[in-house]
Design a protein around this ligand. Structure first.
Ligand SMILES: NC(=O)c1ccc[n+]([C@@H]2O[C@H](COP(=O)([O-])OP(=O)(O)OC[C@H]3O[C@@H](n4cnc5c(N)ncnc54)[C@H](OP(=O)(O)O)[C@@H]3O)[C@@H](O)[C@H]2O)c1
Length: 295
């Protein structure tokens, strides 16, 4: 299949490109740094420097939309909020225009979102039928999803992505400080809905193939844990790791509103993919961390 990926150079995209290439697909990645695409995504991957390179007679069977400025890296000033919005909603709108103008439309659009859609929900068990939450991250996801749903004549899956566990960065790198320390955030009671990167990329294959699945899809493992239990599991896998606690007040002082990303949580279940019979390679945290962190 011919597959276009935005954000294909990122943590998820790089792993996805590798798997899709192994499966024999032809991949094009849209990147602001097209010269980096062959290095990050593989020599066979074609680069688009602009979405305007998608001509009406260009055919993509699948579009995967992962691009977005990092939500965690910089303070949420008004300017940064706009950049977070533009890089997701603005880019998705451009993609929808391209789909509308294509002579042959893709069969499916898999478009990014996050479990931040649900806001801060304490112990409530959430599936795809749960309502949206409140706050900046939730508003961003709502707008991002609404933009993708404007695609006409195309199956749309909204990837409500949990905390992706990978060797190459993301939340694990943030929790495993240098000097062998693992960090618990605030009370540690907040839920962490995580997913191993291999399950994430396998799920993408499933969503491409399974025409019965559409709409929101929770991209999380079936066993979310509290932040306290997550840190405990890290210590178990990494013998000798020292567990530290970062108090809420300190995180709020250091990160401002962004502290919500660490101090708030969602207990999310992947209802749709479980109903579709997907069998997780890493359903529980100890197996995922064992795979990723054991020497
Ligand atoms: N990883 C997670 O745990 C997680 C959890 C929930 C949701 N998500 C969402 O899933 C998506 C992929 O995640 P990821 O971890 O792979 O992200 P990532 O490593 O930060 O990569 C994001 C990609 O987006 C592109 N990008 C960034 N700013 C852009 C802009 N202004 N305009 C166009 N493209 C831009 C970048 O590509 P170029 O630099 O090549 O242009 C980058 O490769 C993101 O949108 C993220 O918000 C991720």
């Amino acid at each position: 299949m011919r597959i276009l990926i935005t954000g294909g150079t990122g943590l998820i995209g790089r792993n996805l490109c590798k798997l899709l290439h192994e499966k024999g697909h032809q991949i094009t990645v849209f990147s602001r740094h097209p010269e980096s695409v062959s290095v990050k995504c593989g020599a066979a991957v074609k680069a688009f420097a602009s979405l305007d390179e998608w001509q009406p007679d260009t055919v993509f069977d699948v579009v995967i939309n992962l691009a977005g400025e990092s939500i965690a890296d910089k303070a949420w000033t008004a300017k940064r909020r706009q950049a977070l919005l533009d890089s997701r909603v603005g880019l998705t709108e451009k993609l929808i225009d391209k789909i509308a103008g294509a002579h042959v439309k893709p069969a499916v659009l898999l478009s990014g979102s996050a479990i931040g859609y649900y806001g801060n929900r304490h112990d409530e068990v959430l599936d795809e039928s749960s309502t949206a939450g409140q706050g900046f991250a939730a508003d961003l996801c709502i707008a991002w999803e609404q933009a993708a749903l404007q695609a006409q004549g195309v199956r749309v899956c909204l990837l409500r992505t949990g905390l992706v566990l990978s060797r190459d960065g993301g939340i694990l790198a943030k929790m495993l400080l240098p000097l062998g320390m693992g960090v618990r955030f605030g009370s540690g009671m907040q839920w962490m809905s995580w997913i191993h990167i291999d399950d994430y990329t396998q799920l993408i294959l499933r969503l491409i193939a399974d025409e019965q699945i559409s709409g929101p899809v929770n991209m999380t493992a079936p066993n979310p844990v509290s932040n306290k239990d997550f840190t405990r599991a890290l210590v178990d896998v990494r013998h000798g790791l020292v567990s530290l606690s970062a108090p809420s007040a300190l995180l709020n002082l250091m990160l401002g509103e962004r502290a919500a990303l660490l101090l708030e949580g969602q207990r999310v279940l992947p209802g749709k993919v479980l109903a579709a019979g997907y069998s997780f390679r890493y359903p529980d945290l100890s197996s995922a961390l064992g795979n990723l962190l054991s020497a």
